[in-house]
Design a protein around this ligand. Sequence first.
Ligand code: ASP
Length: 334
Amino acid sequence: MPERRLPTIVVLATGGTIAGAQAEAATHAYRAGALDVGQLLAAAPALAQLAHIQAEQVTSVGSQNMTHAVWADLARRVEALSRNPSVDGIVVTHGTDTLEETAYFLSLVIRHDKPLVLVGAMRPATAPGADGPANLFHAVALAGRAEAAGRGPLVVMNEDVHYAREVQKVACAGVNAFASPNRGRAAVMRGPAVHFFSRNDSVHSTASEFSLEMLDKAGWPRVEVIHAGVDLGSDLIDFLATRVQGIVLAGVGDGNATDVAMQALARAMANGVAVVRSSRTGSGHVGRNVEVDDDAAGFIAAGELSPQKARILLMLGLSKTQNSTQLQDFFDRY
Ligand code: ASP
């Protein structure tokens, strides 16, 4: 039998629970990002049957502490590796808390079509039944498959594969914590094989019009989220409007809030702060001019994007324009 050429996969490690260690296996407490990439790979010896692995430690943080500076480093490293003809695919190990944000950000700023897979784990590496080694196995297998190319960053967790735009952490515990609530999973892993269900129809990677250079030039516009609920007042919104270039409303239902909060958001808009309405519900599509008169206030409707992803797209959008019609166009297309 002819020898199968193994792909070369670069694993970029950033920390998270996948690299988490407990002081004692019988306790629930652990520290994210305690193990380095060499220790992660050593725990998954079957990887050697899948690929030639090169490993780099980009940072070691719990992803609640992910930063724009690390995003920039990561994006530049992925770009450079994707131009290297000897690299077939790239895997990023990441904490699960903000994994969906890093995946979506990368999908919008890097231009390449090599397989790029982000992966994490819900149980620390030292826990009984740690899910990290299996997830890493699937991530490396996926990054070595031709079918994974040209789809933007993919996220693999618990044998499921998700597109960056769709994926969401939907539970704070348990290995089945990730879903793609609006459009469904991209694929499933069966051992090292992948079965795709759908194409990625969103604009990503090769076609995105955003870039790190643009963000650097614009100083990474600051955007924050206001979470709506019963009797939300206006004071926090008025305060925020003095500090940021953009506000995302994590609104009730279809991106809504109390009358006083909506009036404060309209004031912010009139003072040059871009306001995006999204939903706190976890899925669905926030459309224009349904319950709220977006045309009158100049608001932007987030469509299917979660508040945390709307925050990223608004930051990128503001690096190009402050025009709300153009910003709405980004939300309609990305
Ligand atoms: N706090 C951890 C992190 O995001 C949780 C995890 O990785 O599951 O890094």
